[in-house]
Design a protein around this ligand. Structure first.
Ligand SMILES: [Zn+2]
Length: 356
């Protein structure tokens, strides 16, 4: 097998399917290459051990990793040349205890924001989001698993806001995933000494109307984001949490007092992208069905907590007695069940995507 040609083929195919990542994994007696399609792992190729090893070595070589090092996890990146374009790839390797390596390749589709929209199920949450994004200042926090359409949602909403009047939008990201010429997009570059903190600090000095922060990852960034929101900017950021309530706890964990959170947060959002049936195959739709485009095969489900619901959430956070915990009417799990009852998703999807 010509490894270089196969690598080309693999990445080209992944790009055509709009795969978010390729997984080359060691299995019992061979390697398998999977594509993540609509959030699911789908097997694409069987490779024997030798082919799998050579393929991984090839990618390690071209992305400047140490090919001889097989034990330690490594990471690399590369602008990969496809026949018609270049595509940014991020690589990471880990070895299992037999020192057989696995490789995950993330495809950074530098999509234009205009051809990148997210489908939704309910207008109600979208209206809530639009209202939140129209505020002059405050903090809106998004959470949800990797690849749940957070960036796409945020970009779409902010673009919508600035159609009415010209405003300055600055983003701080690691890396920039969607190209949007109307925003001032900045990217972390650790090697060049451009850290998250640097970018955040200088972005705030730029006095943007809207600042989009890729992720609140530590105490330092949390403090800066809060300060920014207190000084009259609208800040939209992502944070790791398993639901909207978890967003508040996470920020507290990062050293922000509840009082400050109550003064700044105007909305907390949790979202997931659900695989939906195409209308033609309904229940029998597969990942490879081409009746609708890959983007249309997934739709975002949002839980949006703002206004009265948000005050209630803060209240139940401050008094830990469980007695008066009010759950919000349009909770994620409630809406998920509704989507299933309407026949957009399978029972299995409903089970898998529910928040435990
Ligand atoms: Zn179908």
């Amino acid at each position: 097998m010509d490894i270089e040609a196969f690598a080309q083929h693999l990445v080209t195919l992944a790009d055509t399917f709009k795969t978010s990542d390729i997984h080359i994994l060691p299995e019992e007696k061979h390697y398998s290459a999977y594509f993540r399609l609509n959030g699911r792992m789908e097997k694409q190729f069987f490779l024997d051990i030798d082919e799998g090893t050579r393929l991984i070595s090839y990618f390690k070589f071209v992305s400047n990793m140490d090919v001889g090092e097989r034990r330690k996890p490594q990471s690399g990146s590369l602008a990969f040349q496809l026949p018609e374009k270049k595509i940014d790839l991020r690589f990471s390797t880990i070895a299992n205890y037999h020192t057989k390596e696995s490789l995950v390749i993330r495809l950074l589709q530098q999509k234009e924001a205009s051809d990148h929209t997210v489908n939704t199920f309910f207008q109600h949450e979208l209206n809530q989001l639009k209202e939140l994004i129209s505020y002059k200042s405050g903090l809106i926090l998004f959470s949800g698993p990797v690849d749940s359409g957070k960036t796409t949602t945020i970009y779409q909403l902010v673009k919508n806001r600035i159609t009415e009047e010209k405003q300055q939008v600055v983003t701080v990201e690691d890396p920039v995933e969607i190209h949007e010429s109307q925003f001032l997009q900045t990217e972390v570059n650790e090697k060049a000494g451009i850290t998250y903190e640097h970018l955040l600090k200088s972005s705030l000095r730029h006095h943007p109307d809207v600042l989009i922060v890729g992720e609140i990852r530590d105490e330092e960034t949390a403090k800066m984001v809060i300060r920014g929101a207190l000084t009259g900017h609208l800040i939209i950021a992502s944070v790791h949490a398993k639901n909207t309530k978890g967003i508040i706890s996470r920020l507290k964990e990062l050293g922000i007092s509840q009082e400050l959170l109550e003064q700044t947060i105007i909305g907390a959002v949790f979202q997931k992208l659900l695989p939906v049936y195409c209308p033609l195959c309904a229940k029998h739709c597969s990942s490879y069905c081409t009746h609708i485009s890959p983007e249309q095969k997934r739709a975002a489900l949002y839980e949006v907590v703002s206004g009265k619901d948000l005050s209630c959430m803060f209240e139940s956070e401050s008094n830990h007695q469980n007695e008066a915990i009010r759950t919000i009417d349009r909770s994620f799990n409630h809406l998920l069940k509704k989507v299933q009852l309407y026949g957009f998703i399978s029972e299995k999807t409903c089970r898998q995507y529910a928040i435990p």
